[in-house]
Design a protein around this ligand. Structure first.
Ligand SMILES: Nc1nc2c(ncn2[C@@H]2O[C@H](COP(=O)(O)OP(=O)(O)OP(=O)(O)O)[C@@H](O)[C@H]2O)c(=O)[nH]1
Ligand SMILES: [Mg+2]
Length: 140
């Protein structure tokens, strides 16, 4: 079933993505990495973002500045795919950057069901994606 195979829904989007934003939980970054996801995005530029910084005292990244700096000569839109395990804060990050509630967030895994583009700043689009569970097959 499609809803149970996030990577399937993400594959076509990955092709048009300039950079991947990999969201990791600042409280436990290594544990919130998913090897299947690492493999899925291995040919893309990756920028890491740490969620839950407010609970750790770690300074949150200026992620948009970082994205913009990667593409100084880009004509047209920059497209970034936001990925991570379920419930790590992908949709929350997008809403924070957009400064409005563009995506659904909730305190349970599996909130985001399908990918969704959000323009978070002029000419910068972020793609919200469903969380990829550990154990999710690469066959999608
Ligand atoms: N304190 C704190 N809570 C956060 C942060 N980011 C996300 N949350 C909370 O964590 C829960 C999950 O956030 P979501 O943004 O829905 O997570 P997601 O990665 O989009 O989840 P899925 O769509 O299920 O994969 C929500 O209750 C958020 O309010 C953060 O940086 N700090
Ligand atoms: Mg979500």
């Amino acid at each position: 079933m499609r809803g149970h195979r996030p990577l399937d829904t993400m594959r076509d989007y990955l092709k048009v993505t300039d950079v991947v934003i990999y969201v990791l939980d600042a409280r436990n970054p290594e544990e919130s990495k998913n090897p299947v996801l690492d493999d899925f995005i291995k040919n893309k530029k990756i920028v890491y973002y740490y969620s839950f910084c407010d609970l750790t005292g770690r300074k949150p990244k200026r992620i948009l500045d970082e994205i913009v700096a990667l593409f100084p000569n880009k004509v047209g839109f920059v497209k970034a795919m936001v990925v991570g395990v379920p419930n790590v804060g992908k949709s929350t990050l997008i809403n924070k950057l957009a400064k409005r509630k563009k995506t659904k967030t909730a305190n349970y895994a599996g909130t985001t069901k399908v990918p969704q583009w959000v323009e978070v700043a002029p000419k910068i689009y972020l793609l919200d994606t469903p969380g990829v569970y550990l154990g999710q097959s690469t066959k999608g």
